[in-house]
Each structure stands twice: as C-alpha cells, then as structure tokens.
Design a protein around this ligand. Structure first.
Ligand SMILES: *Cc1c(COP(=O)(O)O)cnc(C)c1O
Length: 768
C-alpha cells in the first residue's frame, strides 16, 4: 500500500473529529487506536471491494473458533506500512507501541482456533480465495487470573477497545429459524490482508440479534411477555465462547450457536449464488467448504435443506453437498468427538434433522455393516460420521495423526472409502510467528539470504551454510528477547527471572494429555536434588508455564494450583532460587505467546504419544530457533524428520509402546520401584505444600486409583523424561547447542501455513 505520512495524519485527524469530537492533541489511547485503524481500513476498501466482486471459485472455512490475536500490527505489516505508521505517529509524539494494550480477539480456545487464524492469513498471502465464517462472540475466551494460586475466570470484554477492523454488513443479514424462535444474524466482515500482495480476503463473523427491534412498550407493560423473552434469548446465542478445548459439552445453546453460524453463512451464499443466476447443481464449481472439526458439521444437513427447498431431489442435493464439503478431524479423543441427542436435535431443528435421517437412509442403501457404519444410532447423532460419509475429503493434521485415524479411530470408514482420507500437516504463518514477533532474528536472516523466505519458508534451508557466522548474533538476539520477556513477566506477574537463566517454556491449553504434571514433577525432582546437595552444578533454569484450564475441568485446575505451589516453594527458598525459578504466567493468549516463543531456550512438547493430533506451538518455537524437548507425538515426529532427531531431545513411550503399556499398566508399581518418582508423588499428599484444600490429594489419586489410573502415563515416562531433560540442561549454552537451535530454524520450512493452505488448495479445494 502506498503511504503518505501527511495524508495519513490528515485522515486520522478527520476521523478523530467526526467520530470522537477531538483531535490529535487531545485524543486518548482508545480514540487514537480507532482512528488509526479506520484510516488504514479506508485505504484498503478499494482492494477489498474489488476482491469481493471476483468470480473465481472460493472456499469457505467454517469454524466455531478464530483465535485472531491482535490485528493492528499484523495488518500494518502485511500492508507494508508498519514503519510508515510508526514514523507518522512518532512525528506527532505518539508511540505505536502503546497499542500493545489493545485486547486480543480471543474468539477461540487454543490450537484449533489459532490454526484457523493462521490459515486465513496464509491463504491471503498466497493469493488463495479463502474466507472464514464464524461467530462474533460478545465475550471471547475468559481472562485468567490467579488468586492464592487458583485459577479464576473473568469475562473477556474484547470489544471494549472498539472493533475498528470490522464492518457491519446489514444488507447481508439473514434469519435463522429454530423451532421455538427466529433470530436475526448480522455479519461483521473483517478484511484479511495478504502479505505485500494487495489481496484481501474476508472473515465473516455473525452476530445474533432480535428479528424485531426490542419493543420497549410491550416489555414495559409486560403485555407481550413472550416477545420480550424471545428478544432476550436472541442476543444470548452469541454471548460467549464455550471455554472447553478438546471436550464436547452437550449444551443446547452450543447446538444453537453451531446451527446459527452455518445457517446464516449458507443462506447468504446460496441467496447470492441464486441472484447471480447460478444453477444449483453447479454450486460446487463456485464454492467449497472446509469444516474445521465437527463444530460446523450441521452445515451439511443445512445445505441439503436449503437445496431441497429450492427444488432439488435429495439425491441431487446430496451429490452437490458431497462435492462441496470437506472435513478436518482434530482429535482422536473420544470425549471430544461430538455426539448430539437425536431427540433434542429433532426438537430444535426438525427440518435439519430430517436431512440427517435422509443421510442415514442413504448410508443404509450402500449395504454396509450397520454396526460399523452409522450416523444415527441408539438415539444419538454422530457428527464425525455424518461428516465423513458426506464429505469428499477427510483430513488429519499430522502424519502420525492421520495414520491413527486410518488405523483406529475411523478404520472402517478408511477401509470402505480409502480415497477420501488425506493428510495435511498443520502449519503456522511465518509473518506473525517470526517476522512480527522476532524482528531482530528476522533481520539476521534477511541479511544473509534476503527476504524470499517471508512467503517461501523452505528458503530457510539456505541459511544452513551461514550458521557458524550468525551464531553470535543469534545468541545476542535471543538474550535481548529474554531480557525483554523477563521485564514483561516482572511487570505483569511480579516474578523476577534472571535473563541469564535457561528459559524452559511450556505454553498450551492445560490438559491432562499435554502433561504439564510431568513437567511439574521434573521441577519438583530437581528441587529435591538441589536441596539434598546432589545437584550443586544445576544449570540455572527458569521454568515458565502459560495455560488456561477449562473452568469445569477439575484436574486441570489442580495442576495449575500445584505448579503455583511449586513456584512459591522454589522461588521462596534462597538455597534453590539461585539455581531455579518457576513462574506460571496469567492469561496466556496469542500476544503473550508472541513474546514467549522468541525468548525460549527449550520448547516443552511432552504429550502422551498418540494424543496430540499435531500441535502448532511446537512449530512456533522451532521457527524461532528453539530445540524441542518432546515425545514422538503429533508434528514433533515431522519436526524430527526435518531437523534431525539428534538436534532435538526426544524421550518417552512411542505410540506403539503406549498401546502395549496400557495393557495391565500398574502405575503404583512403577512409582514404588522408583524412589525419585515416589518422592515427588508423595509430596502431593505429605504436607510438602501447606495449602492444598484436597485438590492435590485428588491429583495424586488420579495417578494410582480409579477406572484408569495414570491414564496419560506420567509415571511411566517420568524416568526417561528426567534423563533426557537433564542431558539437555547440561548441554545448554555451548556452540554445539546453539547450532542445534539454528538447525531447527533452518528446517522449519515445512511448517509454514503457506504450505498447508497450498496443499489444501491443490488436494482438496481445487482453487489454485
Ligand atoms: C499456538 C497457540 C496454541 C496451540 O498451542 P499447542 O502447543 O499446539 O497446543 C494455543 N494457544 C495459543 C494462544 C496459541 O498461540
């Protein structure tokens, strides 16, 4: 984008006057943020409007979550005006950095939502016509604070800074029909700017409103009580994002959200297609849809419903839907695979349910074993099965994950329809996750190999011959990033971390399968060793955690409490705090992630093998030149393939071993056989921590009793984890170690979301 400082400041001033009745001299931070953003938007409208008029086939990325993070810096960077705007503001005494206070758009839980955000950015940057469709939650993922080491949740009022990067498109509003109410869906469109290429795609988020404007008179006199109640309910649909990651919650409001989003999106798309004179049977030549997990799978029966209303037979509609839809599976964990009560679904959405029944009948026509192939069974609708049956392509998100889908989770389906199954390994956008968050490292790379890697990440391999040369600069920049992070943590968390320590970081949602508990156990073990004087040369290390736990997930919250207790113990003990610190940062989000991944020495990716579909956090660290301490799980496997297993620190049971271990696993025997492990386990219940309120006792019990004790093999992997982690800590700091870091960076090319979306475009969407 062309940038003229004078014109820009004039635009900003005009917006300040018109919208806020102030000027540059008097505007407060929020007013300035809105005016700056809107001034940029004004400039971008022509490209955006032109893009919306294009006739090429487009793909709609349907997702209940988009974890966008902060928009302003990324947008300015992609438009090529980051420095221009910074200078313009500086010339009037304003610092662009002040907008770091602006809320993240956290309309997602974790990896799945962040993936959607990366894909939108990458598709725009690759010139691929991909638009996002989702929900404009009034409140995003909760804000996390700790009180006495316990997680407390607060509402995430992400709109309090305004929403200057969206426009309300009233004219595309649609009515979504439920059996008990009609709701107006109004879209807010957010431009997605490609990197330096004038491409603008769209993220369309639907907001729910009453169909008729709120009727104060009837509300006041209570004559129309039902009407008032309906208006109240309508706005509620989009009130809040469900804060569960990788678990299914069978709440009717969630079902309403899912239908609301797909119905509004498809009604709008089909309406426009029809108005342009399109033949419905040719719809797949203009549109396809990627279903991001099962959350938007109601789109399938909804499209069938709409097409049948337009006069197509079921078979005709079915063949159109089949060519339009594709499905991404994100997890093999049973508790996350969505199932809905058939009765509840048919009560709420009778016309939609009718189409699901028709799909079940269509499936039965294929004459397959009904015990293996079903959509509705025993009064339950299985959303993943519906998605697989109707979709053209089904994909897993890393090689190991897709293999497990084929071999186990969806084995029958794979054997019946092998051509449907493909793998597309996840990726991250290198713009946000290197260029923007780590500009100094990016500059080192640019100086050696130029900037082609910004949109062609495989180019990083060309850096390999220069590793020796850039090693000192790399170390220096990592050190500076660590200083910056330490200052930030001091300010936000009140915890002192010497920047000279090794920064060992685990950031991701809190989940038992991700095994933050295993990490906590290792820290406790090192603490005891240091206390006993057995590790007087322990390399000074800061163990840093960031994670939100689902508010109703007791064990996850117990792990947070435990780690905060360990932090209190360690940081408050002068014998030990010279050698280690522990901090659990509050309210981990995208912006925090940007600061953490560029300052890490160790990337903890320690899930039980087979449980993490891919992970994308692992890729962010790798791209910033960090070694992985991890299991052979998810994309870690491919990271080792690309960067060399010898350049990472791999431990623990493999997928095959996990399956074997689980037959007749006796964690208590494992614990009793290992004094070091026994000591850390006992610490949960023997008064080592003064404040436990029963939580730590239950955590302890989860390892040794119940239906499936130590389901995630913490005890089993403990010894190997300690062995490898120790080796890593003692190898840290040598040139050989930093060479490993850079070898990982050089090998990160595969994990660009640019490669992922290009694969989707070629193999699945056919829009390239
Ligand atoms: C990347 C990211 C995730 C996903 O992290 P994993 O380690 O892959 O689970 C979750 N939350 C945020 C804020 C992220 O940026």
């Amino acid at each position: 984008m062309k940038f003229d400082k004078k014109v820009f400041l004039k635009d900003v001033e005009n917006i300040l006057r018109a919208d806020f009745a102030c000027d540059l001299a008097t505007a407060n931070k929020k007013e300035l943020y809105n005016a700056v953003s809107k001034a940029v938007m004004q400039e971008a409208y022509p490209d955006w409007i032109a893009a919306k008029r294009q006739q090429k086939k487009r793909c709609g990325y349907f997702s209940a979550e988009f974890l966008m993070g902060r928009a302003i810096f990324n947008n300015l960077m992609n438009l090529g005006i980051l420095d221009g705007v910074r200078d313009a503001l500086a010339s009037v005494g304003e610092d662009l950095g002040q907008f770091e206070e602006v809320e993240d758009a956290a309309l997602g839980n974790g990896g799945l939502g962040r993936l959607a955000a990366c894909y939108l950015e990458s598709a725009a940057s690759m010139g691929l016509p991909l638009d996002g469709y989702g929900i404009r939650y009034r409140y995003g993922l909760f804000r996390q604070v700790f009180a006495d080491g316990y997680q407390k949740e607060e509402g995430d009022d992400w709109l309090k800074w305004g929403d200057p990067w969206s426009v309300r498109v009233e004219r595309d509003a649609a009515i979504v029909h439920f059996s008990d109410m009609d709701i107006l869906a109004v879209p807010y469109d957010m431009p997605i700017f490609g990197y330096h290429n004038t491409v603008v795609n769209t993220l369309r988020l639907w907001s729910s409103e009453p169909v008729t404007a709120f009727d104060f008179e009837t509300f006041d006199t209570m004559k129309g009580e039902n009407k008032a109640v309906e208006n109240f309910n309508a706005t509620k649909i989009c009130d809040v994002l469900y804060p569960n990651d990788n678990t299914m919650v069978g709440k009717l409001l969630r079902l309403r959200q899912q239908y609301f989003m797909v119905s509004a999106s498809l009604q709008d798309i089909v309406r426009k297609y029809k108005a342009a004179g399109g033949d419905f049977k040719a719809l797949p030549e203009k549109f396809c849809f990627q279903l991001n997990d099962t959350h938007p799978v109601l789109a399938i029966p909804e499209l069938l419903r709409i097409l049948r209303k337009e006069g197509l037979s079921f078979e005709e509609a079915f063949l159109v839907a089949k060519r339009c839809f594709n499905f991404t599976n994100h997890t093999i964990m049973a508790e996350a695979l969505e199932k809905w009560d058939a009765l509840a679904l048919s009560d709420l959405l009778p016309d939609v349910y009718e189409q699901i029944v028709a799909c079940q009948e269509r499936l039965e026509l294929e004459g397959l074993d009904p015990n293996k192939f079903f959509i509705i069974r025993d009064g339950t609708v299985h959303m993943a099965n519906l998605a697989i049956f109707v979709s053209s392509k089904v994909n897993g998100v890393a090689e190991i994950h897709t293999d497990i889908l084929k071999r186990e989770t969806f084995r029958h389906w794979y054997e019946q329809y092998p051509e449907k199954f493909v793998n597309i390994t996840n990726g991250i956008t290198p713009r946000r996750w290197l260029l923007l968050n780590n500009p100094k490292l990016a500059a080192i790379i640019d100086a050696k190999i130029g900037g082609a890697w910004h949109t062609d990440l495989k180019q990083l391999a060309r850096l390999k011959p220069y590793i020796g040369e850039i090693l000192p600069d790399f170390k220096r920049v990592k050190g500076e990033n660590k200083e910056k992070l330490a200052a930030y943590i001091k300010a936000r968390e009140g915890v002192e971390i010497p920047a000279g320590f090794i920064f060992d970081i685990q950031i991701k949602r809190l989940h038992e399968y991700k095994r933050q508990l295993l990490n906590a156990f290792s820290i406790l073990h090192f603490y005891f060793e240091i206390k006993d004087g057995k590790m007087n040369d322990f390399p000074p290390t800061a163990f840093i955690f960031g994670a939100k736990a689902a508010p109703g997930y007791y064990m996850a919250k117990a792990v947070i409490k435990l780690i905060n207790e360990i932090a209190k113990l360690v940081n408050g003990d002068p014998d030990v705090s010279r050698r280690m610190r522990v901090v659990f940062v509050q309210d981990y989000d995208v912006s925090y992630a940007e600061k953490l991944v560029c300052a890490a020495d160790i990337s903890e990716q320690i899930s039980t093998a087979g449980m993490e579909a891919s992970g994308t956090g692992n890729m962010k660290f790798m791209l910033n030149g960090t070694v992985t301490l991890g299991t052979m799980d998810g994309a870690n496997v491919e990271i080792c393939e690309e960067a060399g297993r010898e350049n990472n620190y791999i431990f623990g049971a493999t997928v095959e071993e996990v399956a074997n271990v689980k037959r007749g696993y006796d964690p208590l025997a494992v614990i009793n056989a290992d004094p070091a492990l026994k000591r850390v386990c006992d610490a949960l219940v023997n008064g080592t921590f003064s404040d436990d309120r029963g939580m730590l006792v239950r955590l302890h019990a989860s390892l040794i009793s119940g239906h499936e004790p130590d389901r995630y093999l913490v005890a089993y992997d403990f010894a190997d984890y300690i062995r490898v982690k120790k080796r890593l800590l003692y190898e840290f700091g040598t040139d050989e170690f930093y060479t490993k870091c850079l070898l990982n960076l050089c090998a990160a090319g595969k994990f660009s979301a640019d490669r992922s979306v290009t694969d989707y475009a070629n193999l699945i969407w056919h829009i390239n």
